[in-house]
Every structure is written in structure tokens, then in C-alpha cells.
Design a protein around this ligand. Structure first.
Ligand code: ADP
Ligand code: MN
Ligand code: MN
Ligand code: MN
Length: 344
């Protein structure tokens, strides 16, 4: 038997977006455990904005697990928060609202800033570094500094060790700003992995005295870019049937549901989706082929394949909850009749 360090990780009740929480328990297994072998566990919900003091027990239900490359015999356990009965999802549990669709694929592009001493990593103690231009996909100390690349490389290795489908990295437009992408098949896979990747990044940065700034516009109304989390999505129907009529009906439904989408696309998005810095204004829905100034970008490949494939919603921001984003996109898609549904 081996003693495994199980890190149970969950989302707290903070609004508008939750924070990551985690605690460890040690359990013996003869080999790396399966999901079914992991027990429910509890925590004090009164300290995480999930319960009142007098009746504060909440339940952690394991829903996905990953090897923890930073710990000997470590397991990262993604959990849903349940009511004391262990069966009813807690109101803060947004994962439970995501429609089950094994044919749904999501790719999230997470942008973020490294922060140290209250400013982006590489910013001088006062004032600003040279204006934006050389930083995006840049190389060299004056563009990316000394520590950032080490962090993103270590983070990549931790994600790969965990079996997270990390797809790539780039330095972003602002100094100290970076991106990584995660892709997953199944309606919850990419969102589970994104939360776990965020956890790994925050934990990794602790010993460098660096924080991650997830806010979408940390430098305010300046000429420094904000951070997004573009959401690329497709369903089985979009990939295999699609068509111009279906696409246009889908876009009409996205337009109709604008407010419901913006409500879960991350806080303060009006400060980022201004119409400047490759964004579309938050209160006006638009789409366009290869258009990075539209709400939804339609890749060339989508048109070339006869309106089949994936679309990119560019509005979700860096602080958005991927569960709520995926949930809203699948809800809107489900409201649009497909040829099969219309014929039935
Ligand atoms: P860009 O920066 O040009 O918008 P990225 O390469 O950063 O593009 O991100 C594109 C994302 O689209 C990747 O995460 C990728 O996995 C995802 N993607 C590709 N094909 C599909 C698909 N069929 N369904 C959903 N997402 C997809
Ligand atoms: Mn990208
Ligand atoms: Mn980007
Ligand atoms: Mn993108």
C-alpha cells in the first residue's frame, strides 16, 4: 500500500467569480486511485461564503483527478460542492449547471498578468516600461524579463504531468502578460482542466513571491491591453452538419441572449470590451469572418468547410468562470433548432 496525498480542490462562494480552495488528506491505496475510490469529504462552509456559522458543513464530491507532478504520490482532486445530503448541488456549484454533452468541445485561451510588488512583472517601480509592441510573442530579457518564462515552462510541465490538455503558450501584448490554451472534449472537460491549470499556476508562483492578476483590465483605462479568455466551441452538429442557415440562427440567438452571456463572461467586462484593443463593445453583438474586432470570430476554416466547425466567442474575460461560460453557450445552442429537431 502507498500513502497518497489527495489535494481536494473546490470553488468557494465568492461572487461574482469564485476563488480556488484546497486541502489535503492522506489515504492508502495499492495504486494510483480511481475517481470511484475517492471518498466524499467535508469542509467549513462558513469560512468560504458557502454556509452560515451555525450549520456550516458542506460536502466535497470528487469529479476529476490528476497526478500532481509537484508532490511525491500527489493527486489533484477536482471537487463539486454539495449540500450536507451529499447529493444536492450547493447553489455555488455552477459545474452542476453545465448541460451534459459529450460531443461539445471547448478551447479556452487564458490570458493573465504576472504581478509582483503590486505591478505587472517587469514594470519599473514607478511609471511605465516602453509602450506595447515588442512584448507579444517576444523574446529577450528586455521584453519578457528573467522569471516569467521559467514560470510558464514549469507550469506547462505541471499541466502535462497532470494529463491536462494544455495546447500552447504565448507572451501577450502587455509587458508581464501571458496566455495559455486548454482544449477538451466533453462539456465539462476543458473547464475542469482550466480551473486545475489556474490552481497549478497560482501554487507554483507562491515561492517566487509572484501573484497572478486575473482581472480583465488591471491597468485601467490606459494603452495597456486587458486580458480575455476567448472561448472556442463546437458541438457534434456544428462540426458534422452545420450550414449557413443554422449558423445564422445560432448568431441570432447569441444576439438575443447577449445579456445572459455578458453576465457570466467575467466581472468588469465593460472596462475591457470597449471597442479598442481588438475588442467589440460589450453591449453590441457582432460576428465576422476572421474579425478580431467582433464579438464572435468566424474562422476562415468554418466558411471554407461549408459553415462547419468551431466558432470563437471573444468576449469571455480572464476572470470568467469557465463552467458558467460553457453552461451559457450550451444553453443558447440548445435553444436553436437543428434540422433533425425541426423535422421531428
Ligand atoms: P487565436 O489566438 O488565434 O484565437 P489559439 O491558437 O490561441 O487561437 O486558440 C484556438 C483554440 O481553439 C485552441 O484552444 C484550440 O484547441 C481550439 N479549437 C480548435 N478546434 C476546435 C474545435 N473544433 N472546437 C472547439 N475548440 C477548438
Ligand atoms: Mn490565442
Ligand atoms: Mn491572446
Ligand atoms: Mn483567440
Amino acid at each position: 500500500m502507498t500513502k497518497y496525498k489527495l489535494e481536494y480542490i473546490w470553488l468557494d462562494g465568492h461572487t461574482p467569480t469564485p476563488n480556488l480552495r484546497g486541502k489535503t488528506q492522506i489515504k492508502e491505496f495499492d495504486k494510483f486511485p480511481t475517481l470511484e475510490q475517492l471518498p466524499l469529504w467535508g469542509f467549513d462552509g462558513s469560512s468560504t461564503m458557502q454556509a452560515e456559522g451555525h450549520s456550516s458543513d458542506c460536502v466535497l464530491k470528487p469529479v476529476a483527478l490528476y497526478p500532481d507532478g509537484a508532490r511525491h504520490n500527489g493527486v489533484l482532486v477536482m471537487c463539486e460542492v454539495m449540500m450536507p445530503d451529499g447529493k444536492t448541488p450547493h447553489p455555488s456549484n455552477k459545474r452542476a449547471t453545465v448541460l451534459d454533452d459529450p460531443g461539445a468541445w471547448f478551447g479556452f485561451e487564458q490570458e493573465y498578468f504576472f504581478y509582483k510588488d503590486g505591478r505587472p512583472l517587469g514594470f519599473p517601480p514607478s511609471g511605465y516600461p516602453a509602450p506595447q509592441g515588442p512584448y507579444y510573442t517576444g523574446v529577450g530579457y528586455k521584453n519578457v524579463g528573467a522569471v516569467a518564462r521559467e514560470l510558464v515552462e514549469k507550469h506547462l510541465d505541471l499541466c502535462l504531468a497532470a494529463g491536462i490538455n494544455h495546447e500552447g503558450i504565448n507572451a501577450e501584448v502587455a509587458k508581464g502578460q501571458w496566455e495559455f490554451q486548454i482544449f477538451g472534449k466533453g462539456s465539462k472537460t476543458a473547464a475542469d482542466q482550466m480551473w486545475m491549470a489556474r490552481y497549478l499556476m497560482m501554487r507554483l508562483c507562491e515561492k517566487y513571491e509572484v501573484d497572478i492578476e486575473w482581472h480583465c483590465k488591471p491597468l485601467g483605462d490606459t494603452d495597456w491591453n486587458g486580458s480575455g479568455m476567448h472561448c472556442n466551441f463546437s458541438t457534434e452538429y456544428m462540426r458534422s452538419v452545420g450550414g449557413k442557415d443554422y449558423f445564422e440562427a445560432l448568431m441570432r440567438q447569441f444576439e438575443k441572449n447577449l445579456e445572459a452571456h455578458i453576465a457570466v463572461y467575467g466581472p468588469d467586462n465593460d472596462k475591457r470590451l470597449t471597442g479598442k484593443h481588438e475588442t467589440a463593445p460589450w453591449n453590441k453583438f457582432s460576428y465576422g469572418i476572421a474579425d478580431r474586432g467582433a464579438s464572435v470570430r468566424v474562422p476562415h476554416s468554418f466558411i471554407n468547410n461549408g459553415y462547419k466547425g468551431y466558432l470563437e466567442d471573444r468576449r469571455p474575460n480572464s476572470m470568467g468562470d469557465p463552467y458558467q461560460i460553457a453552461s451559457q453557450i450550451l444553453t443558447t445552442i440548445a435553444e436553436v433548432p437543428t434540422a433533425k429537431k425541426a423535422a421531428a
